[in-house]
Write a protein that binds this ligand. Sequence first.
Ligand code: PAF
Length: 283
Amino acid sequence: MASRLLVARSMAALGRALTPLRKNGKKIALVPTMGALHAGHLALVRAAQRRGDHVIVSIFVNPTQFAPNEDFASYPRTFERDRDALASLGVKVIWAPTAALMYPSGFATRVVPEGAATAGLEDRFRPQFFAGVATVVTKLFTQCRPDFALFGEKDYQQLKVVTRLARDLDLGVKVVAMTTKREKDGLALSSRNVYLSAEERAAAPVLYRTLKDCAAKIGAGRGIGAVLADGRRAIERAGFVLDYLEARHAETLAPVASGKDVPIRLLVAGRIGKTRLIDNIGV
Ligand code: PAF
């Protein structure tokens, strides 16, 4: 099994790996990642296997989506472990381009998304993030030309941005969303969870607990403003510095004024110690 997994690091190698997979109209599903794979990524791979005949996983820690003060240098890189996990799932190709291939000297083009990318959520705290994501995802889609691409709902705003991007630019790929995988105590799986100290890890499930609590109250007709104010206090009491806890329209990410503006998604982001975590839930 493991020997049949090809790691492509150049466009020529990617072409050689993909051409036979595409024969007879076979469908390709792509799972774009930055590596440091966890059970959530592996669930995306399994879902991709159900959608496509062959699965490609891209592993590229994309420098352009990190601000200078963010964790690009320390972002966990676990390539051998990732490769073994993907081999054991029967993945055929890992696309692992170098930064020089993705952003060669003289690179001068960015994809700058609007709409959901400017909703005032992640973009308010990470102003460079969505142009970096949109640029790299556009490149990954044009390089791999998948029929499907799978993204987790944990990065909900990102999911909306790439779904729109694929449509707007006619990239011929259907973006498929997967529900968030969680630890038993509700913490959303994230490559960044490894940064948490034992104490921070124990506090972190407050995010999901609060989201669930707020969703239940808003669903039962309580006023959004008061519910979210209580939620913010609960998260801050647990030791988070909160970036936002907001109720938005689940499709447009526009602010919602009342529980009647359905469908509603609650989204949260905050820092505990040095780690920034995000999560979300449907009402
Ligand atoms: O969600 C991620 O891991 C990244 O933002 C992505 C989509 C692979 C782009 O670098």
